[in-house]
Design a binder for this molecule. Sequence first.
Ligand SMILES: [Zn+2]
Length: 201
Amino acid sequence: MTADIGSPPKADFTMPPGWIHRLPADDLDLAVLLVNSMDMLEDPPDRLTSVQWYRDALRAAGHGEIAEGLHEGDLSSLKELRALLRLVFSATTLEEAAEIVNPMLVRGGAVPQLVMDDDGRPILQVAPRATGMEALSARLPAAAAELIADSELRRLGTCAGSPCECAFVDRSRSGSRRFCSDWCNDRAAAAAYRARRKAGQ
Ligand SMILES: [Zn+2]
């Protein structure tokens, strides 16, 4: 039996701009990447026909160790995690968000552990040594829950650039981000301009 090490990342994999904010990506970025594997502006919209796209995305985001532990048999779990995370990003009340994310934390075993960082300082980390689904199902909901606890729901959003429904984390100072990417922002601005011109004719 050979170990499933997955195919190498596609050389042409390009990270959609605006979806991760640093390298290596943080766990919130990984949640955004997973939710946005369903992208209404792509044809076909669902990139998760296998785990390969997300495995490539994880590697490109600097998380090869999580990618290595992700196997084809994880596809349905990965899609379920994506569906639940989408509900967290689009929740409109704190109660609604808590109702979704709390069972995810319990099921994912998201128990903070005391570990030392690279400088020997103690930090709390969820699933520090896990890879694959074990890491994702603990770390992604934990990151979302932490952000909600810090900022309520203001920093989690879904794109206003219909038909795009992509998720984003609003890291702007004003907290007024509405689009998943500059591209959707520009698309919406162009559509608004066309509508104004038409109305003025
Ligand atoms: Zn968008």
